[in-house]
Design a protein around this ligand. Sequence first.
Ligand SMILES: Nc1ncnc2c1ncn2[C@@H]1O[C@H](COP(=O)(O)OP(=O)(O)OP(=O)(O)O)[C@@H](O)[C@H]1O
Length: 327
Amino acid sequence: MKINEIKNKYPFSISFFQNNNLHLEGYEEITFEQYFNHFTEEEIEEWAIDVEKLKADFIVYINEMLEFLGISEDDNIDSLTIVAGKNKNGEKENFEKLTIHKSEIVSIVGPTGSGKSRLLADIEWAANKDTPTERIILINGKIPDKKWRFSSSNKLVAQLSQNMNFVMDLTVREFIELHAKSRMVEDEQEIIKRIIDAANHLAGEQFDLDTPITSLSGGQSRALMIADTAILSRSPIVLIDEIENAGIDRKKALKLLVNEEKIVLMATHDPILALMADKRIVIKNGGIDKVIETNSEEKEMLIELEKMDAVISKLRANLRKGEILKK
Ligand SMILES: Nc1ncnc2c1ncn2[C@@H]1O[C@H](COP(=O)(O)OP(=O)(O)OP(=O)(O)O)[C@@H](O)[C@H]1O
Protein backbone atom coordinates (compact mmCIF):
# COMPACT_ATOMS: atom_id res chain seq x y z
CA MET A 1 0.00 0.00 0.00
CA LYS A 2 1.32 3.44 -0.92
CA ILE A 3 1.82 6.07 1.76
CA ASN A 4 -1.04 8.18 0.33
CA GLU A 5 -3.39 5.23 0.36
CA ILE A 6 -2.65 4.68 4.06
CA LYS A 7 -3.23 8.37 4.71
CA ASN A 8 -6.59 8.26 2.91
CA LYS A 9 -7.72 5.02 4.47
CA TYR A 10 -6.83 5.87 8.08
CA PRO A 11 -7.03 9.67 8.32
CA PHE A 12 -7.68 9.62 12.05
CA SER A 13 -4.64 7.44 12.83
CA ILE A 14 -2.41 9.66 10.76
CA SER A 15 -3.63 12.89 12.33
CA PHE A 16 -3.34 11.22 15.75
CA PHE A 17 0.27 10.41 14.86
CA GLN A 18 0.95 13.96 13.72
CA ASN A 19 -0.83 15.69 16.61
CA ASN A 20 0.80 13.57 19.26
CA ASN A 21 4.37 13.79 18.03
CA LEU A 22 5.01 10.08 18.31
CA HIS A 23 8.65 9.32 19.01
CA LEU A 24 11.03 6.87 17.52
CA GLU A 25 14.44 6.25 19.02
CA GLY A 26 17.09 8.42 17.45
CA TYR A 27 14.65 11.11 16.32
CA GLU A 28 13.68 14.35 18.06
CA GLU A 29 10.51 14.54 16.06
CA ILE A 30 9.49 12.19 13.33
CA THR A 31 7.27 12.76 10.34
CA PHE A 32 4.87 10.10 9.21
CA GLU A 33 6.94 9.64 6.06
CA GLN A 34 10.08 8.91 8.12
CA TYR A 35 8.07 6.55 10.33
CA PHE A 36 6.73 4.81 7.26
CA ASN A 37 10.28 4.06 6.09
CA HIS A 38 11.10 2.16 9.29
CA PHE A 39 8.24 -0.31 9.14
CA THR A 40 6.63 -2.61 6.67
CA GLU A 41 3.31 -1.60 5.13
CA GLU A 42 1.61 -4.42 7.06
CA GLU A 43 3.01 -3.13 10.35
CA ILE A 44 1.86 0.41 9.60
CA GLU A 45 -1.60 -0.77 8.61
CA GLU A 46 -1.88 -2.92 11.73
CA TRP A 47 -0.94 0.08 13.86
CA ALA A 48 -3.42 2.35 12.04
CA ILE A 49 -6.22 -0.21 12.51
CA ASP A 50 -5.42 -0.42 16.23
CA VAL A 51 -5.64 3.35 16.59
CA GLU A 52 -8.97 3.43 14.71
CA LYS A 53 -10.31 0.68 17.01
CA LEU A 54 -9.13 2.57 20.05
CA LYS A 55 -10.99 5.62 18.78
CA ALA A 56 -14.22 3.64 18.25
CA ASP A 57 -14.01 2.13 21.78
CA PHE A 58 -13.32 5.55 23.21
CA ILE A 59 -16.36 7.08 21.48
CA VAL A 60 -18.61 4.31 22.86
CA TYR A 61 -17.15 4.88 26.33
CA ILE A 62 -17.59 8.67 26.18
CA ASN A 63 -21.19 8.31 24.95
CA GLU A 64 -21.98 5.90 27.79
CA MET A 65 -20.49 8.36 30.28
CA LEU A 66 -22.45 11.27 28.80
CA GLU A 67 -25.65 9.25 28.88
CA PHE A 68 -24.98 8.26 32.50
CA LEU A 69 -24.41 11.89 33.42
CA GLY A 70 -27.58 12.89 31.56
CA ILE A 71 -25.77 14.99 28.97
CA SER A 72 -25.90 12.57 26.09
CA GLU A 73 -24.69 14.11 22.84
CA ASP A 74 -27.81 12.95 21.03
CA ASP A 75 -29.98 15.05 23.33
CA ASN A 76 -28.94 18.03 21.30
CA ILE A 77 -31.59 17.71 18.67
CA ASP A 78 -31.95 20.64 16.34
CA SER A 79 -34.12 19.17 13.64
CA LEU A 80 -36.40 16.35 12.68
CA THR A 81 -36.83 15.44 9.00
CA ILE A 82 -39.58 13.36 7.49
CA VAL A 83 -38.54 11.80 4.18
CA ALA A 84 -41.49 10.87 1.93
CA GLY A 85 -42.77 7.31 1.83
CA LYS A 86 -45.99 5.94 0.31
CA ASN A 87 -49.71 6.48 0.82
CA LYS A 88 -52.24 3.67 1.30
CA ASN A 89 -52.33 3.02 -2.49
CA GLY A 90 -48.57 2.60 -2.57
CA GLU A 91 -48.09 5.93 -4.40
CA LYS A 92 -45.26 8.25 -3.39
CA GLU A 93 -46.33 10.98 -0.97
CA ASN A 94 -46.87 14.46 -2.33
CA PHE A 95 -43.68 15.99 -0.90
CA GLU A 96 -40.00 15.15 -0.77
CA LYS A 97 -38.69 16.09 2.64
CA LEU A 98 -40.00 18.13 5.55
CA THR A 99 -37.61 19.45 8.19
CA ILE A 100 -38.93 20.74 11.50
CA HIS A 101 -36.62 22.72 13.77
CA LYS A 102 -36.41 23.27 17.52
CA SER A 103 -39.13 25.59 18.87
CA GLU A 104 -41.27 25.03 15.78
CA ILE A 105 -44.90 23.96 16.04
CA VAL A 106 -46.42 21.80 13.33
CA SER A 107 -50.04 20.72 13.30
CA ILE A 108 -51.32 17.60 11.59
CA VAL A 109 -54.80 17.70 10.08
CA GLY A 110 -56.81 15.21 8.06
CA PRO A 111 -60.02 13.16 8.16
CA THR A 112 -60.52 10.25 10.55
CA GLY A 113 -58.49 7.23 9.49
CA SER A 114 -56.33 9.25 7.12
CA GLY A 115 -53.09 8.36 8.91
CA LYS A 116 -52.35 11.10 11.46
CA SER A 117 -51.56 8.62 14.22
CA ARG A 118 -49.48 6.58 11.76
CA LEU A 119 -47.31 9.62 11.05
CA LEU A 120 -46.83 10.25 14.77
CA ALA A 121 -46.03 6.57 15.31
CA ASP A 122 -43.45 6.72 12.48
CA ILE A 123 -41.75 9.61 14.26
CA GLU A 124 -41.86 7.87 17.62
CA TRP A 125 -40.37 4.71 16.14
CA ALA A 126 -37.77 6.71 14.18
CA ALA A 127 -38.98 4.83 11.10
CA ASN A 128 -36.43 3.73 8.56
CA LYS A 129 -38.50 2.27 5.73
CA ASP A 130 -39.68 -0.36 8.19
CA THR A 131 -43.29 0.78 8.73
CA PRO A 132 -46.31 0.50 6.37
CA THR A 133 -45.63 4.02 5.03
CA GLU A 134 -41.92 3.32 4.29
CA ARG A 135 -41.07 6.81 5.57
CA ILE A 136 -37.62 7.66 6.87
CA ILE A 137 -37.16 9.85 9.93
CA LEU A 138 -33.89 11.75 10.23
CA ILE A 139 -32.64 13.48 13.36
CA ASN A 140 -30.21 16.34 12.74
CA GLY A 141 -30.22 15.22 9.10
CA LYS A 142 -28.99 11.72 9.89
CA ILE A 143 -30.48 8.27 10.50
CA PRO A 144 -30.85 8.30 14.29
CA ASP A 145 -29.26 5.94 16.73
CA LYS A 146 -31.36 2.83 17.39
CA LYS A 147 -31.17 3.62 21.12
CA TRP A 148 -34.16 5.94 20.66
CA ARG A 149 -36.30 2.92 19.93
CA PHE A 150 -35.45 0.94 22.99
CA SER A 151 -34.31 3.26 25.74
CA SER A 152 -37.00 4.08 28.27
CA SER A 153 -35.13 7.03 29.78
CA ASN A 154 -34.13 8.52 26.44
CA LYS A 155 -37.33 8.56 24.49
CA LEU A 156 -37.39 10.59 21.31
CA VAL A 157 -41.02 11.53 21.75
CA ALA A 158 -43.03 12.54 24.79
CA GLN A 159 -46.75 12.00 24.25
CA LEU A 160 -49.43 14.16 25.76
CA SER A 161 -52.86 12.77 25.21
CA GLN A 162 -56.41 13.72 26.00
CA ASN A 163 -56.92 10.92 28.50
CA MET A 164 -54.75 11.13 31.54
CA ASN A 165 -55.27 9.19 34.73
CA PHE A 166 -52.95 8.89 37.68
CA VAL A 167 -52.96 5.62 39.61
CA MET A 168 -50.25 6.36 42.19
CA ASP A 169 -51.00 7.58 45.67
CA LEU A 170 -48.59 10.56 45.74
CA THR A 171 -48.80 14.27 46.30
CA VAL A 172 -47.91 16.61 43.45
CA ARG A 173 -44.59 17.35 45.22
CA GLU A 174 -43.72 13.63 45.59
CA PHE A 175 -44.62 12.99 41.97
CA ILE A 176 -42.36 15.75 40.63
CA GLU A 177 -39.59 14.83 43.09
CA LEU A 178 -39.67 11.23 41.88
CA HIS A 179 -39.29 12.34 38.28
CA ALA A 180 -36.60 14.92 39.17
CA LYS A 181 -34.61 12.25 41.06
CA SER A 182 -34.78 9.85 38.12
CA ARG A 183 -33.39 12.67 35.96
CA MET A 184 -30.68 13.41 38.56
CA VAL A 185 -31.30 17.17 38.40
CA GLU A 186 -29.19 19.32 40.70
CA ASP A 187 -31.56 22.11 41.65
CA GLU A 188 -34.50 19.87 42.49
CA GLN A 189 -36.44 22.34 44.68
CA GLU A 190 -36.08 25.10 42.09
CA ILE A 191 -37.34 22.75 39.33
CA ILE A 192 -40.31 21.64 41.46
CA LYS A 193 -41.27 25.27 41.99
CA ARG A 194 -40.97 26.07 38.27
CA ILE A 195 -43.17 23.09 37.35
CA ILE A 196 -45.96 23.85 39.82
CA ASP A 197 -45.92 27.54 38.86
CA ALA A 198 -46.09 26.67 35.16
CA ALA A 199 -48.86 24.09 35.74
CA ASN A 200 -50.95 26.62 37.69
CA HIS A 201 -50.38 29.14 34.93
CA LEU A 202 -52.02 26.67 32.50
CA ALA A 203 -54.79 25.27 34.70
CA GLY A 204 -58.09 26.99 35.28
CA GLU A 205 -58.26 26.01 38.95
CA GLN A 206 -55.16 26.37 41.11
CA PHE A 207 -53.65 23.45 43.03
CA ASP A 208 -50.64 23.11 45.29
CA LEU A 209 -47.76 20.78 46.01
CA ASP A 210 -49.63 18.93 48.76
CA THR A 211 -52.60 18.03 46.55
CA PRO A 212 -52.76 14.26 45.93
CA ILE A 213 -52.34 13.64 42.21
CA THR A 214 -55.35 11.29 42.17
CA SER A 215 -57.60 14.19 43.15
CA LEU A 216 -56.46 16.51 40.35
CA SER A 217 -59.11 17.31 37.75
CA GLY A 218 -58.59 16.33 34.10
CA GLY A 219 -57.43 19.85 33.22
CA GLN A 220 -55.11 20.08 36.24
CA SER A 221 -53.57 16.66 35.43
CA ARG A 222 -52.90 17.75 31.87
CA ALA A 223 -51.49 21.07 33.05
CA LEU A 224 -49.12 19.21 35.39
CA MET A 225 -48.06 16.76 32.66
CA ILE A 226 -47.44 19.54 30.13
CA ALA A 227 -45.38 21.56 32.63
CA ASP A 228 -43.48 18.42 33.65
CA THR A 229 -42.83 17.44 30.02
CA ALA A 230 -41.69 20.94 29.08
CA ILE A 231 -39.38 21.45 32.03
CA LEU A 232 -38.17 18.01 33.08
CA SER A 233 -38.56 15.58 30.20
CA ARG A 234 -35.49 14.76 28.12
CA SER A 235 -37.58 13.98 25.06
CA PRO A 236 -36.81 16.62 22.44
CA ILE A 237 -40.01 16.03 20.51
CA VAL A 238 -43.44 16.50 22.01
CA LEU A 239 -46.43 14.96 20.43
CA ILE A 240 -49.79 16.36 21.40
CA ASP A 241 -52.92 14.47 20.65
CA GLU A 242 -56.04 16.62 20.59
CA ILE A 243 -55.86 19.02 23.52
CA GLU A 244 -58.83 21.02 22.28
CA ASN A 245 -61.13 20.29 25.21
CA ALA A 246 -58.40 19.85 27.74
CA GLY A 247 -59.53 22.51 30.22
CA ILE A 248 -56.18 24.27 30.03
CA ASP A 249 -54.92 27.43 28.38
CA ARG A 250 -53.81 25.90 25.07
CA LYS A 251 -51.90 28.95 23.92
CA LYS A 252 -49.85 29.16 27.11
CA ALA A 253 -49.22 25.41 26.94
CA LEU A 254 -47.76 25.67 23.45
CA LYS A 255 -45.70 28.72 24.43
CA LEU A 256 -44.24 26.86 27.40
CA LEU A 257 -43.19 23.90 25.24
CA VAL A 258 -41.73 26.13 22.56
CA ASN A 259 -39.81 28.22 25.11
CA GLU A 260 -38.21 25.01 26.37
CA GLU A 261 -36.96 24.44 22.81
CA LYS A 262 -39.03 21.38 21.99
CA ILE A 263 -40.15 20.33 18.54
CA VAL A 264 -43.92 20.22 18.84
CA LEU A 265 -46.25 18.18 16.61
CA MET A 266 -49.95 18.11 17.29
CA ALA A 267 -52.79 16.29 15.67
CA THR A 268 -55.77 18.61 15.88
CA HIS A 269 -59.08 19.71 14.40
CA ASP A 270 -59.16 22.93 16.39
CA PRO A 271 -58.67 25.95 14.06
CA ILE A 272 -57.01 28.00 16.83
CA LEU A 273 -54.41 25.32 17.49
CA ALA A 274 -53.91 24.60 13.78
CA LEU A 275 -53.31 28.29 13.03
CA MET A 276 -51.00 28.73 16.02
CA ALA A 277 -48.67 26.29 14.29
CA ASP A 278 -46.01 27.54 11.91
CA LYS A 279 -46.94 24.86 9.39
CA ARG A 280 -49.60 22.24 9.01
CA ILE A 281 -49.32 18.83 7.47
CA VAL A 282 -52.42 17.73 5.57
CA ILE A 283 -52.83 13.96 5.52
CA LYS A 284 -54.94 12.21 2.90
CA ASN A 285 -55.28 8.49 2.25
CA GLY A 286 -52.30 7.60 4.44
CA GLY A 287 -49.90 10.06 2.81
CA ILE A 288 -48.78 13.64 3.36
CA ASP A 289 -50.72 15.51 0.69
CA LYS A 290 -49.67 19.08 1.44
CA VAL A 291 -47.54 21.09 3.81
CA ILE A 292 -49.08 24.53 4.29
CA GLU A 293 -47.28 27.46 5.92
CA THR A 294 -49.60 29.55 8.05
CA ASN A 295 -49.78 32.79 6.06
CA SER A 296 -50.38 36.35 7.28
CA GLU A 297 -54.10 36.25 6.40
CA GLU A 298 -54.52 33.13 8.52
CA LYS A 299 -52.54 34.71 11.36
CA GLU A 300 -54.93 37.70 11.20
CA MET A 301 -57.86 35.28 11.36
CA LEU A 302 -56.23 33.71 14.40
CA ILE A 303 -56.54 37.03 16.25
CA GLU A 304 -60.30 37.06 15.48
CA LEU A 305 -60.68 33.42 16.47
CA GLU A 306 -58.92 34.08 19.76
CA LYS A 307 -61.35 36.92 20.48
CA MET A 308 -64.28 34.57 19.81
CA ASP A 309 -62.62 31.92 21.95
CA ALA A 310 -62.21 34.42 24.81
CA VAL A 311 -65.96 35.18 24.65
CA ILE A 312 -66.82 31.46 24.76
CA SER A 313 -64.34 30.83 27.61
CA LYS A 314 -65.88 33.64 29.61
CA LEU A 315 -69.38 32.25 29.05
CA ARG A 316 -68.14 28.81 30.07
CA ALA A 317 -66.60 30.21 33.26
CA ASN A 318 -69.82 32.07 34.07
CA LEU A 319 -71.87 28.92 33.52
CA ARG A 320 -69.56 27.05 35.87
CA LYS A 321 -70.08 29.69 38.51
CA GLY A 322 -73.84 29.20 38.14
CA GLU A 323 -74.52 32.62 36.66
CA ILE A 324 -77.32 33.57 34.29
CA LEU A 325 -75.80 34.50 30.90
CA LYS A 326 -76.51 37.96 29.49
CA LYS A 327 -76.23 39.13 25.90
N1 LIG B 1 -49.25 5.07 4.13
C1 LIG B 1 -49.92 4.04 4.69
N2 LIG B 1 -49.80 2.80 4.22
C2 LIG B 1 -50.49 1.78 4.77
N3 LIG B 1 -51.31 1.90 5.84
C3 LIG B 1 -51.46 3.10 6.38
C4 LIG B 1 -50.78 4.25 5.85
N4 LIG B 1 -51.10 5.34 6.60
C5 LIG B 1 -51.95 4.90 7.54
N5 LIG B 1 -52.17 3.57 7.43
C6 LIG B 1 -53.05 2.75 8.27
O1 LIG B 1 -54.37 3.28 8.22
C7 LIG B 1 -55.02 3.11 9.46
C8 LIG B 1 -55.63 4.44 9.94
O2 LIG B 1 -54.59 5.38 10.19
P1 LIG B 1 -54.49 6.26 11.52
O3 LIG B 1 -54.98 5.51 12.71
O4 LIG B 1 -53.13 6.80 11.58
O5 LIG B 1 -55.53 7.42 11.17
P2 LIG B 1 -55.88 8.78 11.96
O6 LIG B 1 -55.84 9.88 10.97
O7 LIG B 1 -55.01 8.92 13.15
O8 LIG B 1 -57.36 8.53 12.40
P3 LIG B 1 -58.21 9.18 13.65
O9 LIG B 1 -58.41 10.63 13.33
O10 LIG B 1 -59.47 8.40 13.59
O11 LIG B 1 -57.41 8.94 14.90
C9 LIG B 1 -54.00 2.53 10.41
O12 LIG B 1 -54.20 1.13 10.50
C10 LIG B 1 -52.68 2.84 9.74
O13 LIG B 1 -51.64 1.94 10.09
